[in-house]
Design a protein around this ligand. Structure first.
Ligand SMILES: Cc1ncc(COP(=O)(O)O)c(C=O)c1O
Length: 313
């Protein structure tokens, strides 16, 4: 009796996950009309993944899609994940769990007595449980997951998971044009790995470039290599656009962000997208991306973070 009840529950949850999938359209493409880019005879198109959904935006939906189905099939009842107090991934995950009626437990770097960020306020509103951990324990958690009950599924920081790869790789199935270069902001390297896998299937000539937004590019390279067939070398993680490190910024980045938003009416934020957009413009201007190239830049969202940094954008 209990068995058939849990089967029914499982079917219902599976239905909810697949139902969620069907509600998302392909993200639109937007051509950039900019004299600097035209002067270099480059065509630059933005894949507006930030428009996939107002909350589960950017690479989050793509990262979560197959992971959620698998979690469902494995019959876990709860999900736990770790991240910073502004984490886009925790934000999206809490919302998805809320929609699906799943329990969500978040291990957040910080202290209980600090004011809650808008990100964490949303997570609480969506019924997530927050457990604050100090920096030392947080670092330790990156290596070894915390002790969890057997029915809790653990997801690493930033949604780093091999099941994120098929979701990200599907970006290519939404493209009709052929691209010479595809660029994306990179932190864990998971999105780059997904694009490398997608390019291999759909556009083997496209070169994938991850713009590192933090000072750990060696780690990203080794993680990408672990996630994909390392014989594929049509990809790179580019450094030099960290602007001091994760969530750090300079006046040049702030100026670029403001001007880009004004000229193109595409919202970007300083932690991820602005760094990858700045880098793309510079690579084109310096001729590192050669003239005549057709370039796709993926907007990974992350705009909920702007609420915490609005004075800087
Ligand atoms: C908005 C945004 N862009 C880009 C990234 C980097 O993606 P990845 O961790 O897959 O390298 C993240 C982190 O997940 C993010 O939140």
């Amino acid at each position: 009796m209990r068995n058939s009840q849990s089967k029914q529950e499982s079917k219902l949850r599976y239905h909810c996950v697949t139902q969620l999938f069907s509600e998302f359209d392909n993200s639109p493409l937007q051509l950039i009309n900019d004299s600097h880019i035209h002067a270099k005879q480059v065509q630059l198109t933005i894949k507006r993944d930030d428009l996939i959904h107002s909350i589960i935006s950017g690479n989050k939906w793509r990262k979560l899609k197959y992971l959620l189905l698998s979690i469902e099939n494995l019959k876990y009842k709860r999900i736990a994940a770790m991240g910073g107090p502004y984490s886009n991934f925790l934000h999206a995950l809490s919302y998805v769990c809320y929609l699906l009626g799943w329990q969500c437990q978040l291990y957040v770097r910080g202290y209980r007595d600090q004011p809650l960020t808008p990100t964490l306020k949303d997570c609480l509103k969506w019924n997530a449980t927050i457990i604050f951990v100090n920096r030392v324990s947080f670092r330790e958690m990156r290596m070894n997951k915390p002790l969890l009950a057997d029915d809790i599924y653990w997801i690493k920081e930033g949604g780093q998971h091999e099941l994120a790869i098929p979701g990200i790789s599907e970006i290519f199935s939404e493209l009709s044009d052929e691209y010479d270069h595809v660029l994306i902001a990179s932190a864990t390297g998971t999105s780059v790995a997904g694009l490398v896998v997608g390019a291999r299937k759909y556009q083997p000539k496209a070169k994938i470039t991850g713009i590192s937004v933090l000072n750990n590019h060696q780690q990203q390279i080794s993680d990408v290599n672990n996630m994909i067939d390392s014989r594929n070398n049509n990809w790179a993680i580019r450094t030099g656009f960290e602007f001091g490190g994760f969530a750090k910024k300079t006046q040049a980045l702030i100026d670029f962000t403001q001007q880009f938003i004004l000229r193109n009416e595409i919202p970007i934020e300083p932690v991820y997208s602005a760094k990858s957009f700045f880098a793309t413009f510079e690579l084109i201007e310096k001729g590192i991306i050669q003239s005549g190239s057709n370039v796709l830049l993926i907007h990974c969202g992350g705009l909920q973070g702007v609420r915490c940094n609005s004075s800087n954008v």
